[in-house]
Design a binder for this molecule. Structure first.
Ligand code: DOR
Ligand code: ZN
Length: 423
């Protein structure tokens, strides 16, 4: 046998199991998860005192490859993922060129073969992300895409978006909607509110997100087609997702740790490392997002890992939006939610490991027999301070810099191979 993890505190939500157990791995797959496994293995890892979960799947990252590999590439992005306990990622298509044809998908799929973690491409909804003409979803699906999105930009034409929901569904792909109305945002760079006023900078009004979220949920409900709402950041959008799901719309959604941990107060320092789109909102939004994550209304925690260089982030007002997040997502979730008694470990596993894979239709998220041996081992109590210089990502634009985290990834395993170890 290849690998034996001994005595870890295993949390396997898909099999409704939580408790101390051993995990036996061979040929990249889980042979058994249970008590007192005695078989011999080439590598035995003592996981006493550690927590063991299925590898995390982050369904919303930007790896900038092809085209902007000075910010990140598939290899460095995967190293950041491995260091964050993330064994699979889905990459957004707003690269240069954008991922709107089979050839570009093939480039990603080929390069991903050399990556430490599983990299799934997401294709564009519209050609060139121009919002005018739908991509060929069957072509994208056949080439290896697991979803479609114009993330970074909304699809402004509601008729086109409704056709995308239908066509993508029949091609076996989920539509991931970036909900924003640029006419409302009108050049704003942070949440519109008390802080933006005090700083004298243009705000991004929250209704930009809310009216777009409402449009897509109502459309999906009417069509009886699924929709996935990306990066929910406002209390009202949270409520819309809740209502939509209650009234039978096939809506799934995600948020990122910064939306349940930080507010626009962080922007007072005029530091562009706290700028992303959608932007950090207010305390009421943080409360609503936290509730949605903890009660299961939100399906997934993602990072929206969006690397940008220090030079690009140097000027507060002109910097591009986005923050890196792969190396802090589990720690942030444990710190803000688990250690505050707001969420169970099983729910975290559903949010980070099970649901993203269900939505994308990719394997994993379970420690059951025969499943891929993608596993994350962490110390639930180890404290550490986020130091941007120590990140594996090419870019260091983390909005958690200097923050104390409780919970640290110790080992990441992909297909039975140890791809990251914290020493
Ligand atoms: O903050 C963001 N950064 N939001 C987006 O929608 C796009 C992303 C990026 O690509 O940098
Ligand atoms: Zn994004």
């Amino acid at each position: 046998m290849e690998l034996l993890l001994k005595n870890g505190y295993v949390v396997d939500a898909a099999n409704d199991f939580e408790g101390v157990a051993d995990i036996l791995v061979d040929k990249g797959r889980i042979v058994r998860c249970g008590a007192d496994i005695t078989e011999e293995a080439d590598t035995v890892v003592d996981c006493t005192g550690k927590t063991v979960i299925p590898g995390i799947c982050d369904m919303h990252v930007h790896f900038r490859d092809p085209g902007q590999t000075h910010k990140e590439d598939i290899i460095t992005g995967s190293e950041a993922a491995a260091a964050g306990g993330v064994t699979a990622v889905a990459c957004m298509p707003n690269t240069v060129p954008v991922v709107d044809n089979a050839e570009t998908v093939k480039y990603i799929v080929d390069k991903a073969k050399k990556a430490k973690v599983k990299v799934y491409p997401i294709g564009c909804i519209t050609k060139g992300q121009r919002g005018e003409e739908l991509c060929d979803f069957d072509e994208l699906r056949k080439a290896g895409c697991v979803a479609v999105s114009d993330d970074g930009k909304p699809v402004l034409n509601a008729r086109l978006m409704s056709r995308a929901m239908v066509k993508a569904h029949y091609a076996g792909l989920r539509v991931i909607s970036h909900c924003e109305d640029p006419n409302v945002v009108a050049g704003g760079i942070m949440n519109s509110g008390v802080v933006s006023k005090e700083l004298g900078v243009k705000g991004m009004h929250r209704i930009s997100e809310d009216i777009s979220t409402a449009r897509d949920i109502v459309t999906a409900g009417d069509l009886e087609m699924p929709i996935h709402i990306a990066h929910v950041s406002t209390a009202t959008s949270m409520l819309l997702v809740r209502l939509g799901a209650r009234y039978g719309a096939m809506v799934t959604s995600e948020t990122a740790p910064h939306y349940f941990m930080l507010t626009d107060e962080k922007l007072r320092m005029r530091d562009a490392d706290y700028r992303m789109n959608p932007p950090l909102r207010t305390e009421d939004d943080v409360t609503a997002i936290t509730e949605g994550v903890c009660d299961g209304t939100i399906d997934c925690i993602v990072t929206d890992h969006a690397p940008h260089t220090a030079e690009e982030k140097a000027d507060f007002e002109t910097a591009p939006n986005g923050v890196v997040g792969l190396e802090t997502s589990l720690a942030a979730t444990l710190t803000a939610l688990y250690h505050k008694g707001k969420i169970t470990l099983k729910r975290i596993v559903r949010l980070m490991c099970v649901n993203p894979r269900k939505i994308l239709g990719v394997p994993g998220g379970s420690l059951g027999e025969g499943e891929p041996a993608d596993i994350t081992v962490f110390d639930i109590n180890e404290e550490w301070i986020v130091n941007p210089d120590k990140l594996h990502s090419k870019s260091k634009n983390t909005c958690f810099k200097g923050m104390k985290m409780r919970g640290r990834v110790k080992m990441t395993i992909v297909d039975g191979k140890i791809v990251y170890e914290d020493k």
